[in-house]
Design a protein around this ligand. Structure first.
Ligand code: HEM
Length: 485
């Protein structure tokens, strides 16, 4: 018996043994068999990748839980990965999570169709309709938070305030459901979703403890029940996008089980990032009075000529100061991995002339948070929030950033890039602008402790999109007297 086990272990080690050959990127397997660097990677990917970058440079291959992942950190070379759809299969954002959590893979041809369908629903006239529904829900939810004639301050954690309101408004806009209707009350969905989101990184890494596994199972069941009716019929109050997505799944023969998992992943992809982004933006504005004054000043010039409550919905408005403040926020807090699977051997040409071989079956991963976003060669004092970093002297949007003396095509990448970039980008920006406008012009909002610093980042979430804080930032708010309803 013992010999059989030893033989199996030996065969396994031989079969998975890998050494570096001449054209491979530097290989770092870590000390633990199979797991490799998985623990350090999961604990704080930013720190780990910075350590590897110092040791190996801008490209290296690490072993992570049985997979070999080649990490590329030179933004001048990112197009080699982003634009190659022949050798590299895009492992999509939500798709990667679906696979890890549910062991479920949708066929590739479906994802191409899905992408086209999504683009259609999130641009042009459809976007205008989404914006106006979203704005209606945001106003109603904000009003519900501050009962009529309330003259007193209301205290709340800024993260909970932002995530809660934006999740609920986004859910009502895209998934339907009604306020105070038991079946699909957005507050109930939010409560369950928050628990799901809290366990998400552990689910994806397979590191749930026994009791957490039970909670995760229960929460998923509840969310599936709550989401079950969403998008099934054209007139159920959900968006045409969700209905179209359901139809596509059905045409492809996806069974009920697959559909419910896919719809849950879409809830995560569409609602998981905007709330946290608004939290960081409002947090940075509140802790940087100069930035807050500049954005307020810009907004006040819009509201002087407008009478409607939601002037930003009907037509495009030029808000370069706000745009820069948002871009700077996302530079500091958007940290997705851009991942691809190598489906056929590929020679990767680095911008500096070096060439490396990518092996079939491996993964390639870009982490734009490390570079360009936090790269001191590109951004002076990269840890600091400077609201006007993306503004030129003349007030126009600044787009020229350099590394190694050469202009960068990708100087921040919160939305991913290329054909696989975020389809909801414009909708997300419009929503954030709309919400921040409402809060800053209709409400008085301040820090409970005027000297409170921004909370630290939860380091487990590097790679999962928008970062989230460790703890919260306490704020208080009340309706401005000129806007008492
Ligand atoms: C601040 C807000 C947001 C950020 C930072 C963000 C970022 C991203 C990123 C980085 C990706 C992956 C791109 C890639 O893999 O190369 C993505 C995908 C996607 N985003 Fe966004 N996003 C945001 C908001 C939204 C919103 C509001 C929607 C829709 C209403 C949306 C819909 C999607 C969809 C459908 C995908 C594709 C997911 C899939 O793989 O199936 N996103 N987003």
């Amino acid at each position: 018996m013992i010999w059989t086990v030893l033989l199996l272990v030996l065969l396994y080690v031989l079969a998975t043994h890998r050494s570096r050959s001449k054209n491979d990127p530097p290989l770092d397997k870590g000390l633990i068999p199979w797991l490799g660097h998985a623990l350090e990677f999961g604990k704080d990917a930013f720190k780990f990748l910075n350590r590897m970058k110092l040791k190996h440079g801008d490209i290296f291959t690490v072993r992570v839980a049985g997979h070999y992942v080649t990490v590329l950190l030179d933004p001048h070379s990112y197009d080699e990965v982003i634009n190659d759809s022949d050798s590299l299969d895009f492992a999509r954002y939500a798709q990667v999570l679906m696979e890890r959590i549910f062991r479920l893979r949708l066929p590739h041809h479906q994802s191409n169709k899905e992408k086209a369908m999504m683009k259609k629903h999130f641009t042009g006239m459809n976007l205008a309709a989404l914006n106006s529904t979203m704005s209606r829900h945001l106003l109603a939810l904000l009003k519900a938070e501050t009962p009529q004639n309330q003259k007193h301050w209301k205290d709340e954690g800024l993260f909970n305030f932002s995530y809660g309101l934006l999740f609920k408004a986004g859910y009502l806009t895209l998934f339907g459901g009604e306020q105070n209707n038991n079946g699909s009350d957005p507050s109930r969905v939010y409560e369950e979703y928050k628990k799901f989101d809290g366990l998400l990184t552990k689910m994806a890494r397979g590191t749930l403890k026994t009791d957490e596994k039970r909670t995760a199972h229960r929460v998923q069941q509840r969310l599936w029940e709550l989401l079950a009716p969403a998008g099934l019929t054209e007139d159920d109050g959900s968006s045409p996008w969700l209905h179209g997505y359901r139809q596509l799944l059905q045409e492809e023969g996806a069974d009920d089980d697959t559909q419910k998992k896919a719809v849950l992943m879409q809830l995560w992809a569409t609602q998981g990032n905007v709330g946290p982004a608004v939290f960081w933006l409002l947090g940075y504005l509140l802790t940087n009075p100069e930035a807050l004054t500049a954005v307020r000043w810009e907004f006040s010039h819009i509201s002087q000529v407008e009478t409607s409550d939601t002037p930003l919905v009907d037509r495009p408005v030029n808000t370069p100061v706000f745009d820069s403040a948002l871009e700077e926020t996302l530079r500091l807090t958007a940290a997705p991995f851009i991942t691809r699977e190598v489906v056929q051997e590929k020679t990767l040409h680095m911008a500096d002339g070096q060439e490396y071989l990518l092996r079939k079956g491996d993964r390639v991963c870009l982490f734009p948070f490390t570079s360009p976003q936090m790269d001191p060669e590109i951004y002076h004092e990269p840890q600091k929030y400077k609201y006007d970093r993306f503004l030129n002297e003349d007030g126009s949007a600044k787009k020229d950033f350099y590394k190694g003396g050469r202009p960068l095509k990708y100087y921040t990448m919160p939305w991913g890039a290329g054909t696989n970039g975020c389809v909801g980008k414009q909708f997300a920006i419009d929503t954030i602008r709309q919400f921040v406008y409402l809060v800053l012009t209709h409400y008085d909002l301040q820090l409970c402790d005027p000297h409170a610093p921004m909370p630290e980042v939860n380091a487990n979430r590097y790679g999962f999109g928008m970062l989230q804080p460790e703890g919260d930032l306490l704020v208080r708010y009340k309706l401005r007297s000129t806007h008492q309803h």
